[in-house]
Design a protein around this ligand. Structure first.
Ligand code: UDP
Length: 369
């Protein structure tokens, strides 16, 4: 029996923290969830504007191949049948993503998969990278030079603020390449947007659990370290350890949201802007996630920025240097009674379904002890 006020103090109310809290609460553990922001839900937080659900911290499209994870989220909220089909603007022309027969037709005028495969294979063989060591080599060995130069290189260097040859290959492995006329950005079996927004999911997970917003762990660390048997930390792991092994790098984003007095601005939820001279990477038109018929529309431009204190960290930069520092922090965390989870604490470019799986696994592991 615990002598402390809480069994778990959960720092951060994003998907990891909320799933962990739900599971703990379900078996009668007393939890406190704190979040430094004024809202719950971390980066899946949405806000209604002009009756449109706005993804405040960037577009979130739920997708998974795992029926268990799909059923898990569907306990709390129903999902619509939105399928993500972004397009990319490169030098004033629009191309379908991910790379598929529509893209190949737009680029080379080819209509048969054999022809497209032949062109791509010729370009791949030109370089012949057997073991791609960085994003540039990975992209060239996945789709060849034309697509790399047209839709990847400038976008990637703008998004990450680094040369493609200095970025990890893993980033681009996320993108499918297929030889059918299929614009679905994901290969997963299940996909959609929660009807009514992600807040419903978070509210369902945190129902009946004590939460405190505007509450920063680091403002009163000494106190927070005394109130529970176990801390679940979902912030930046390097900050938790006072940057003992140096600072990990993150990429941040700045969002510019506008209300436009038109019914439909771009006919699609997401349009990427490839060119280096355009400072944003994409424009999101939120109503299209929910097939909205509202008379006006809300768009958000996404500007990538280097992370610094006071900015939000959105993406870990998993290059060799950062990954090796992260491993030192990870080793340290093994000897502590703190559970680290989520994109920032595990320093992984996770999607939502992977964060949920990680929270369920870590909860199970903790409980088996
Ligand atoms: N990417 C690209 N061109 C695009 C879209 C994506 O080169 O039009 C690359 C880029 O390096 C990006 C990565 O693919 O960082 C992953 O893209 P994704 O859309 O999965 O990024 P997220 O939505 O997680 O920001």
């Amino acid at each position: 029996m615990s002598t402390k006020e809480y069994d778990f103090l959960i720092v951060g109310s994003g998907l990891f923290g909320s799933v962990f809290a739900y599971e703990a609460n379900k078996i009668g553990k007393k939890c406190l969830v704190i979040d430094s922001r004024k809202n719950l839900g971390g980066n899946v937080y949405c806000e209604k504007m002009e009756d449109i659900t706005v993804h405040k911290y960037g577009p979130h499209i739920f997708h998974t191949n795992d029926k268990k994870i799909w059923d898990y989220v569907n306990q709390f909220v129903s999902f619509n049948n939105y399928i993500h089909t972004p397009v990319s603007n490169s030098n004033g022309n629009l191309y379908n993503l991910p790379f598929n027969m529509n893209t190949f037709k737009q680029l080379w005028g080819v209509e048969s998969p054999e022809k497209a495969i032949e062109i791509i294979n010729n370009q791949i063989n030109e370089f012949g990278f057997k073991n791609p060591k960085n994003l540039e080599q990975q992209a060239l060995s996945l789709v060849g030079k034309d697509l790399y130069l047209l839709l990847i290189k400038q976008f990637t260097e703008k998004q990450w603020g680094r040369k493609a040859e200095n970025l990890p290959a893993s980033i681009i492995k996320r993108l499918p390449v297929r030889f059918t006329f299929d614009n679905n950005y994901f290969n997963d079996k299940y996909q959609g947007i929660p009807i009514g927004g992600y807040n419903k999911l978070i509210e369902g997970l945190l129902k009946g659990i004590e939460v405190k917003t505007n509450c920063n762990f680091f403002d009163d660390r000494a106190y927070f370290e005394t109130i529970s048997d176990c801390i679940v930390f979902t912030g930046k792991i390097d900050e938790y350890y006072n940057f003992k092994y140096g600072k990990l790098e993150y990429r941040s984003l700045r969002f510019e949201t506008e209300l436009l007095d038109v019914k439909d601005f771009q006919s699609n939820a997401m349009v990427n802007y490839n060119d280096a001279n355009i400072p944003y990477t994409r424009i999101i038109e939120h109503k299209h996630f929910e097939f909205g018929e509202q008379p006006t529309t809300i768009i958000t431009k996404e500007f990538p920025e280097e992370w610094s204190t006071k900015k939000e960290a959105f993406y870990p930069i998993n290059d060799e240097k950062n990954n090796s520092s992260y491993l030192k922090y990870k080793k340290l965390s093994k000897n502590s009674n703190v559970i680290f989870g989520g994109r920032l604490a595990e320093y992984k470019y996770y999607d939502m379904h992977q964060v949920i799986a990680s929270a369920l696994n870590k909860f199970k592991k903790k409980n088996a002890l």
